[in-house]
Structure formats: structure tokens, C-alpha cells
Design a protein around this ligand. Structure first.
Ligand code: IPM
Ligand code: MG
Length: 366
């Protein structure tokens, strides 16, 4: 199979972790007889430096002409980087939001899974971890507060800022369907998360999700308020299978879920539209503090590449091979610094490795 992949290396640790994902993809290509062609796409701070804007129309065009896009991370230190002195619509993150909207990537899948080998990195008590957990956060990605009208102006001499949270029933229905479809392939449970005790948008959300649920009688389905969900994620993460939620809640809950698994450096994500196209990126950020040091964990990006093979190219066997290689490397005791045992814990059989070495080890085991 010939696959045309747009590659957004981005900023910070982005280029380092993307290089490792390409290394692993190329190994898959040679082993299984596929050709992965890469086209670089500028987005984020590097695009600002080169073109003055975080995402050019040509960059969107290149993404649109790709079969899928693999991304590292974008953005810099919001306190010190000159990018954050620019107008909000010219900052790195604006490029990502523009791309999500332009490609209609409304369905964001963020799996949070506890690797047995990394149970020690999980900050929860052993009795809470039990035999582990495995959930999928389904985050709506092109609506809500992120894309509503906003303004900051003086009202009666007082500076006043407004952000608008809008959802229509169609936007809710399509993400809900995706959530239930995915639940059907997993443990058949959906927890729809909202704030229906306060927000109109949440009350509509609940009504539409309830209606979609009737088409999936096999799926066990419940509503949960977002504040309760934040609590339940640390109290009893095992209860969750698919967590279905709107854009802003999903942003927050997915970071929380990732930390519950031990490290954000392990979590992949896929952003999908109605076609086979998808944008695949690690859930973590650009980590400017460790950029260029060769210590970033490339596993989330490598697992995102596996998701790309699965969802955009239907290469399930190849995706399985990458996931198994990651597990194998962990089993053999290789760790990047973020997933090293905590002080006081045994380091017997554990070897600390850098970004490129981790990529080599995984590629070798594909
Ligand atoms: C994420 C990130 C983005 C978001 C930022 C970089 C705009 O936090 O993908 O979770 O809020 O969606
Ligand atoms: Mg986020």
C-alpha cells in the first residue's frame, strides 16, 4: 500500500518524537511491504517564524491532499516565548484550531490505558488500580467554547471578556454516534459527561445523546456531571470504558486521565472526520523545557502512528505489531526518564534510554 502522510513536526520536542515515529513506520513499511511517503507541513511556532502566521493556506491544502497527518506538538513556553506576545489568532495554538476546523476533525479519540509494566508510575493506590484500566475519551473537537464568538471590551468602564459556548443538535449527534460505535467495539459502556445542572448546551447534549443511545440497545449508558467525573477518574477509573464529552470538558478530562496512567508521554490520539482521513498526535504538549535534550518519550507519537495505520489505512495487523513492540520494550525494562521508577522503588532490570534509542528499540521489535 502507498500512503501519503502529511507530517507536522512542529515545535519543542515535536521534531524529535516525530522522527522516532517515522523510524517505526519505515520499519513497518519494509516488513509488511508498504510505502510511506512523507510531506512536511509547517504549523505552529516554526510556521510563525518562517511565514508570520501559524498555519498558511498552502499548509492546509497540503494536509487536505494527504491521506492522513502525523503530528508532533506545537507551541512554546507561554510565559517567555515571543510567540505569545502576538495577537491570539497569530499564536501557535491558533494554527491547530484552524486545522481542526478546516479538516472538520470533530471526533477526538484519546485512549488512556494503564500498562501493567508501568503500574508503578500510576499515582493512584494499588487497591484503586486493581488489575488496571482502559478507557477512551471521545472529545468533540470542533465546537463549543473553542469556536464560539469571543471578545474583550470595555463595558461601562470595566474590561469585560466573553466566550460563547454553542452546540447544535447535529454536532452533538455525530460525535455521540461515533462514541457509541466505538463502545460497540470495546466493553459496550458509554459515560456521557456534561454540566446539565447548569448549562443549556449540556441539557441539549444530554437530550441528543439519550436519543442516540436508543439505537444502541447493547451499550450500557449513563450520564455524569463533569465535576463528578473529574473525581471518579481518580476514585475509580476502572468504571470507565468510553467517556463521551464536549470540547472543553474533554480537554481537561483527557489530561487528567493521562496522568492517571502515569505519564502523558504514553498517550496517543486521533482526530477524525467523516472520511478515512485523520490527524494523529500525542496527547501531550511541546515540552519546551526538555526540547533538544534527546530525553522526550516518543511512545505516544509512535502509538499515534499505530492509530493512523488502524483508522486511516485499515492496516490492523501492522498497528497491532507496533503496539506489541511497545509492550515488549516496556517488558524488557526500557524506560525514558518520565516513566522511570519513582525514588525508593526498585530499578532492578530497568534501563533508562533516550528518545532515539527508544525509537530504535521499538522499531527493532516490530
Ligand atoms: C489539546 C491541547 C490543545 C487543546 C491546545 C494546544 C489548543 O491542549 O490538544 O488538548 O486545548 O485542544
Ligand atoms: Mg489539552
Amino acid at each position: 500500500m502507498d500512503c501519503n502522510i502529511g507530517v507536522i513536526s512542529g515545535d519543542g520536542i515535536g521534531p524529535e518524537i516525530v522522527a522516532e515515529a517515522k523510524k517505526v513506520l519505515d520499519r513497518v513499511g519494509s516488513k509488511y511491504g508498504h510505502k510511506f511517503n512523507y510531506t512536511e507541513i509547517l504549523m505552529g511556532g516554526c510556521s510563525i517564524d518562517a511565514t508570520g502566521v501559524p498555519l498558511t493556506d498552502e499548509a492546509i491544502e497540503t494536509a487536505l491532499n494527504s491521506d492522513a497527518v502525523l503530528m508532533g506538538s506545537i507551541g512554546g513556553n507561554t510565559a517567555t516565548s515571543p510567540w505569545y506576545k502576538l495577537a491570539p489568532e497569530l499564536r501557535p495554538e491558533a494554527g491547530l484550531l484552524k486545522l481542526r476546523k478546516a479538516l472538520n476533525l470533530f471526533a477526538n479519540l484519546r485512549p488512556a490505558y494503564l500498562y501493567e509494566e508501568l503500574a508503578a508510575a500510576c499515582p493512584l493506590r494499588a487497591d484503586i488500580i486493581g488489575d488496571g484500566f482502559d478507557m477512551m475519551i471521545m472529545r468533540e473537537l470542533t465546537g463549543g467554547l473553542y469556536f464560539g464568538a469571543r471578545e474583550t471590551k470595555e463595558v461601562d468602564g470595566v474590561m469585560t471578556a466573553t466566550d460563547t459556548l454553542t452546540y447544535n443538535e447535529e454536532e452533538i449527534r455525530r460525535i455521540a454516534k461515533r462514541g457509541f460505535d466505538i463502545a460497540m467495539k470495546r466493553r459496550k459502556k458509554v459515560t456521557s459527561v456534561d454540566k446539565a445542572n447548569v448549562l443549556d448546551s449540556s441539557r441539549l447534549w444530554r437530550m441528543v445523546v439519550e436519543e442516540v443511545a436508543t439505537d444502541y440497545p447493547e451499550v450500557k449508558y449513563e450520564h455524569m456531571l463533569v465535576d463528578n467525573c473529574a473525581m471518579q477518574l481518580v476514585k475509580d477509573p476502572k468504571q470507565f470504558d468510553v467517556i463521551l464529552t464536549e470540547n472543553m470538558f474533554g480537554d481537561i478530562l483527557s489530561d487528567e486521565a493521562s496522568m492517571v496512567t502515569g505519564s502523558i508521554g504514553m498517550l496517543s490520539s486521533a482526530s477524525l472526520n467523516d472520511t478515512k482521513f485523520g490527524l494523529y498526535e500525542p496527547s501531550g504538549g511541546s515540552a519546551p523545557d526538555i526540547a533538544g535534550k534527546g530525553i522526550a518519550n516518543p511512545i505516544a507519537t509512535i502509538l499515534s502512528a499505530a492509530m493512523m495505520l488502524r483508522y486511516s489505512f485499515d492496516l490492523d495487523k501492522e498497528a497491532d505489531a507496533i503496539e506489541a513492540a511497545v509492550k515488549q520494550v516496556l517488558k524488557e525494562g526500557y524506560r525514558t526518564i518520565d516513566i522511570m521508577p519513582q525514588p525508593g522503588e526498585s530499578i532492578e532490570g530497568i534501563t533508562q534510554v533516550g528518545t532515539a534509542q527508544m525509537g530504535d528499540l521499538i522499531a527493532e521489535r516490530v
